[in-house]
Design a protein around this ligand. Structure first.
Ligand code: NAD
Length: 301
């Protein structure tokens, strides 16, 4: 059975690592937050004092970190600290599942290649519910060899696994998806509020739109209006889930990519402005579906 190092045990990484443990793999974990490590060791994980300690003898190293700067420093290290690429065992496959800029993924990939190490970017879609259920979509960028080898762990954590192309391609596909998701979330929120303001029950309106031409993932799986669906962040004061700050990061990445390729992405640009504004009002750590509150009447929030 494969040995896995899992680094970054937040909203996503924690439940992903649990699924590897449940599949019988030996999983050694590390996170900067001790409570996140404790939550995993109580479910059967081993722990290490450092990320490099966790990774040194693993067949697979999986990282699930907030942003590109964390991935760059963890993999490449600096003058004072070794990086993962300095310590991993021969033949190990390194898989970064964070959503980051394609440029950082390509930089890490180039450093890995120079050392003869297989590295793949494999950002995910499916949210915390998909992470817990083992039904994530993985969007991979890397060599055929790395992609084939990674199936051992990715099939345990996900239901759909795509090979988007070379290193960095997974990240490009992921930010295209998240830009679309943000636009759908904003549009769904304003539509639901328009219905409420005109006397409709948001549950009834959601049922109608879900099977009509406006149907989309946010209505089916992640309704932003409180108390329309159970077990979604909107029915839990927008706690857990996918933080506004992370959506702001992803929308910044999509706008950077848009500038670099001279693409026209007006809806993405508007969604970024709305989410930046929402974050600046103190909502950065709440779930991204809380954008609904920007449209709700103040006395009904
Ligand atoms: P999170 O903030 O809940 O978790 C990140 C974890 O990484 C934290 O526990 C943090 O302590 C840890 N960490 C940071 N730097 C570290 C380091 N150097 N060494 C070890 N641990 C470190 O974030 P999340 O919601 O789990 O998201 C992680 C990534 O997945 C992000 O890139 C995000 O954009 C992406 N993502 C999130 C969701 C979602 O629904 N939450 C969905 C798809 C993709």
């Amino acid at each position: 059975m494969a040995t896995v190092a899992f680094i970054g045990l937040g909203n996503m990484g924690g439940p992903m690592a649990v699924n590897l443990i449940k599949a019988g793999m030996t999983v050694t974990v590390f996170d900067l937050v001790p409570a996140a490590v404790d939550a995993l060791t109580s479910q059967g994980a081993l722990s290490a004092k450092t990320a490099c300690g966790a990774a040194a003898s693993a067949d697979f190293v999986i990282t699930m970190l907030p942003a590109g700067k964390h991935v760059h420093s963890l993999y490449i290290g600096d003058a004072d600290n070794k990086g993962l690429l300095d310590v991993v065992a021969e033949g190990a496959v390194l898989i970064d599942c964070s959503t980051i800029d394609a440029g950082t993924a390509q930089t890490v990939g180039a450093h890995a290649k120079a050392k003869g190490i297989e590295f793949m970017d494999a950002p995910v879609s499916g949210g915390t519910a998909g992470a817990a259920a083992g039904t994530l979509t993985f969007i991979c960028g890397g060599s055929d060899n790395a992609y084939q080898k990674a199936q051992t762990v990715l099939t345990v954590m996900g239901a759909n696994i795509f090979h988007a192309g070379a290193t960095g391609a997974g990240q490009i596909a992921k930010i295209c998806n998240n830009m679309l998701l943000s636009v759908l979330m904003v549009g769904t929120s304003e539509s639901l509020q328009l219905g409420i303001d005109n006397g409709l029950d948001p549950k009834v309106l959601s049922d109608i739109m879900k099977v009509s031409s406006g149907g989309n993932w946010t209505l089916e799986k992640y309704n932003p209006c409180p108390d329309v669906m159970d077990n979604v962040p909107s029915s839990n004061d927008y706690q857990g889930g996918f933080m506004v700050d992370l959506m702001v990061k992803d929308l910044g990445l999509s706008q950077q990519a848009s500038l670099a390729s001279n693409s026209s992405t007006p809806m993405g640009a508007l969604a970024r402005s709305l989410y930046v504004n929402h974050a600046r009002q103190g909502n950065g750590r709440r779930d991204f579906s809380s954008i609904f509150e920007q449209f709700a009447q103040a006395d009904k929030k």
